[in-house]
Design a protein around this ligand. Structure first.
Ligand code: ZN
Length: 61
């Protein structure tokens, strides 16, 4: 059986699981995202405490 590397990004405020990064895909637990236009950095909103958590994605559109 293959071991699957999973990176989990948690909210720094309440420790809720916000992003799960699996090989080949990134699962964002809450669909509310925002993009910082100049840099393309993406943040996801914590479902529990509404804090913004930076996610390992880049908006390139
Ligand atoms: Zn939170």
């Amino acid at each position: 059986m293959n071991s699957v590397a999973v990176t989990v990004a948690r909210c720094p405020v309440c420790r809720a699981k916000v992003v799960e990064q699996l090989p080949g895909e990134v699962v964002i637990r809450n669909a509310i995202l925002k993009v910082d236009a100049p840099t393309g950095r993406v943040s996801a909103k914590c479902a529990r405490c509404k804090a913004w958590v930076e996610v390992p994605l880049r908006y390139v559109g």
